[in-house]
Ligand binder design. Structure first.
Ligand code: OGA
Ligand code: MN
Length: 281
């Protein structure tokens, strides 16, 4: 079989990988193609059949080292690096809050000193319609800012917290151990992609609490201005899920959000893997 083809999407970011069996992804020469496609396109879509958690851990290792996520209750029993994300909307109002939390633009793991470099999401059960996941290119958001704004934010650092009053929805309850593992952290507001050298605005509407060295009101106003650019359609791609898709995104230069617009009671279940990353700079 020949090399898989990397076909860029007609969108602000993303590429589709054609001609790849999931089982071949972790072969070194294929993994190199996939990692490069991810750094250059920020998002790759690999269609295929549904994988078991174990098959998915192997597939994910093409992109780096899979790491278990903080919330234990989501981890799959025998493969802790794979989490089972149930975002089904319950008819009795007991919907898992993280489904709603993902409704606003965010990048995964930014409350950590070393956030995940990439996330893989693999569709196992899908509702009959709705539930698209949207992605935002944070290189193009940064480049679209007025020169004066870029000068204001270059070199600035910001506090990311597990929860912030700026977020629209509240996160899941953490256990005492999980709280101890998630203190507030500081990151640059503009980061450099370690593989391409491009600069990206590093925002997270759910976790970014304030810019260091500013009063709260000034910080809020500036964060609102940056958010307004990121919300523009021209920076986005919306993924219409097919069963068995794996979507991999680069958390260093993207944000994402989900449309919580699907029918209540219809299962929406994904398997998810986070890939270890480095400290943002
Ligand atoms: C995630 C996430 C969105 C979705 O897994 O990090 O934000 O579409 N998921 O389920
Ligand atoms: Mn997410």
């Amino acid at each position: 079989m020949g090399s898989p083809q990397v076909v860029p999407l007609k969108a602000a970011l993303g590429a589709r990988i054609e001609g790849l069996g999931h089982a071949d992804a972790a072969k070194p020469e294929i993994a190199a193609i996939l990692c490069r496609a991810l750094a250059e396109n920020l998002l790759v879509v690999v269609p295929g059949n549904r994988m078991t958690p174990e098959q998915m851990r192997n597939f994910a290792s093409a992109f780096g080292k899979p790491k278990p996520q903080v919330l234990r209750y989501k981890r799959s029993g025998d493969v802790p690096e794979v989490s089972i994300m149930v975002s089904t909307l319950m008819t009795d109002g007991t919907t898992d809050k993280t489904a709603l939390r993902s409704e606003d633009w965010h990048t995964d793991d930014s409350y950590m000193v070393t956030p995940a470099k990439a996330t893989l999401l693999h569709s196992i059960e899908l509702p009959s319609h709705g539930g698209m996941t949207w992605f935002c290119n944070m290189h193009s958001v940064y480049e679209a800012l007025p020169e004066a704004t870029r000068r204001r934010i270059d070199g600035k650092r910001a506090i990311h917290a597990y929860d912030t009053q700026r977020a629209r929805n509240r996160p899941s309850q953490r256990t005492a151990q999980e709280i101890a593992e998630t203190p507030d952290v500081e990151h640059p507001l503009v980061r450099t992609h370690p593989e391409t050298g491009r600069r990206a605005l590093y925002l997270n509407f759910n976790r970014l609490d304030r810019i260091i060295g500013m009063e709260r009101a000034e910080s809020d106003a500036l964060l609102d201005e940056l958010a307004a650019e990121a919300r523009k359609d021209k920076h986005h791609y919306g993924h219409p899920w097919e069963l068995g898709d794996v979507v991999i995104w680069d958390n260093r230069a993207t944000m994402h959000r989900v449309d919580v617009d699907y029918p209540a009671g219809e299962p929406r279940v994904m398997q998810r893997v986070l890939i270890e990353g480095d400290r943002p700079y």
